[in-house]
Ligand binder design. Sequence first.
Ligand code: IPD
Ligand code: CA
Ligand code: CA
Ligand code: CA
Length: 268
Amino acid sequence: TGTDHDLDELLGIAAAAAREAGAMLVAKRPPRPEVVDTKSSPTDVVTALDREAEELIRARIAAARPHDSILGEEGGSSPGRTGVRWVVDPIDGTVNFLYGLPEWAVSVAAEVDGEAVVGVVDVAPRGEVFTAVRGRGAWLGGERLRCNTGVPLARALIATGFGYGAGRREIQSEVLREVLPRVRDIRRGGSAAVDLCSVASGRVDGYFERGPQRWDVAAGGLIAEEAGARVGGLRGRPANPDMTVCAAPELFAELHDLLVPLDPERDA
Ligand code: IPD
Ligand code: CA
Ligand code: CA
Ligand code: CA
């Protein structure tokens, strides 16, 4: 269990690695970063700095704790034998990074037995570092975070994202057509990790997205939970790539019930 590991040590490693990568990315980002590869679709892009940042973070983790396992978006998974797995998104919001929009983040989480126990989201272009340790609250620097409560769906500002996988835009627009008239407004910030931190800090009321991977939500999800939000999938499932929903419990329930009939996997 998490208590068998030194969570302060894990937080220190995560925060140092995320901040070093964030500073490197801010310093090295050229005016027009080059797309060096595409993944699930032609709009799903990778820059050289995505890879360089992940390599830096992996090197720092491996130097401090050589026997932990690491999962990273760009480098895949490497095995370990301690029960600790690091989950790394070196740039969450690569499209924003590409265009120079200041909403992208370095996301580093440590999991024990599959559950996030430490999360750091360094929103480097804004100079904001969000952190959480399971059971010890969520923080923006030295400020304790609480998500918004008591907001009905009809007055909720909802962040969402549209994953880049091929053929997904049609379904995304169908879901949006149903959701948009039922909420205050929608925000598409461009980074799932930042979206979850925005729920934690009350900058939005809730978040949902179909398609986020573990590295998108591991750190931000813990930060949101530690700020009082519920994070999960549909029908009692944990957050998963089919659907990740995040909001204070009452709003989570309303969002959930709106999304269930729109879930394209409902008969699967
Ligand atoms: C993406 C961002 C985006 C979300 C996508 C993710 P990336 O991550 O988090 O907000 O909508 O689903 O893939 O590729 O920029 O690390
Ligand atoms: Ca990501
Ligand atoms: Ca990424
Ligand atoms: Ca990516």
